[in-house]
Design a protein around this ligand. Sequence first.
Ligand SMILES: Nc1ncnc2c1ncn2[C@@H]1O[C@H](COP(=O)(O)OP(=O)(O)OP(=O)(O)O)[C@@H](O)[C@H]1O
Length: 294
Amino acid sequence: MACIPENTEDHKDTIASSTATTATRHRHQHLHGNVLGFGDLRQQVYKEILDPEESRGILSTDLPALNRILKGHRPGELTIVTGPTGGGKTTVMSQLSLDYCKSGVPTLWGSFEILNQRLAKKMLYQFASKDLSQYPMELDKWADEFDKLPLYFLKFFSSTAINTVLDACQHAVDQHGVQHIILDNLQFMLSQQGKSSLDRWELQDRAIHELRNFATTQNVHISLVVHPRKDPGEQMDINSVFGSAKVTQEADNVIILQKEGLGGFPYIDVKKNRYDGTIGVIPYIFDRESLKVN
Ligand SMILES: Nc1ncnc2c1ncn2[C@@H]1O[C@H](COP(=O)(O)OP(=O)(O)OP(=O)(O)O)[C@@H](O)[C@H]1O
């Protein structure tokens, strides 16, 4: 019978490999239900390395320049959108969400500042790319097409408790497969809640935390419109967002709609992009006929 001497290299390898296997098994045996080993992530990591296009989000058709910076609209993220008063936050988010919705992203709008019918009218103009009051004969045709979109609206208006909002969002995720939720805006949603200004900041921090958590656990994208601080100055920066630093810390993306600056054009300013760190600006022109930016 062949006998393998204990000090051969083969034997050392065998011992080393069996020790590694035991260590791996030992590691995995002791993993808590909420703790992962690399093995659990391996296939996803491969996918990110070998197929980066796949891990990118849905791309915008209307604003291709935004894709080059943000790399698409991804589930599980929280985007903060801010900009000066009347600077186009609702208009741009309406257009962008419609753009993703047309690509098949089921979308839920929470419009706490403007009535749903006004928002839907704006979206219908953007959908038709024209001022439909000038084309009344076409109204039914466009409305029928618009009605086919996987688009939903929350009934809430102005002050609404965050838990009430999230309950409705949860229902929309479960029943309609919603993947993008737009809340416009945080201040109107939280208005008249909290007695002192300190209370209000705490309330806002808690709401941000809840929304962040919802986006992650439900794997949906939340776009949250937040007003700037009073008098944010000519060009806004990340500190111009109203509230504590938590608002922008919790966000994966921070987008500021800046007033005329670059060559006299207003521009979309991507100030934070946690996905790959690319930031940058996209000048745009607002078309009053279609209510779209391009
Ligand atoms: N870039 C733009 N240039 C000029 N007018 C615009 C632009 N974007 C939107 N508008 C128009 O300005 C008005 C306000 O736009 P919108 O409601 O989108 O701004 P907002 O930033 O959401 O406002 P608020 O600060 O009140 O929430 C609308 O009538 C809209 O059609």
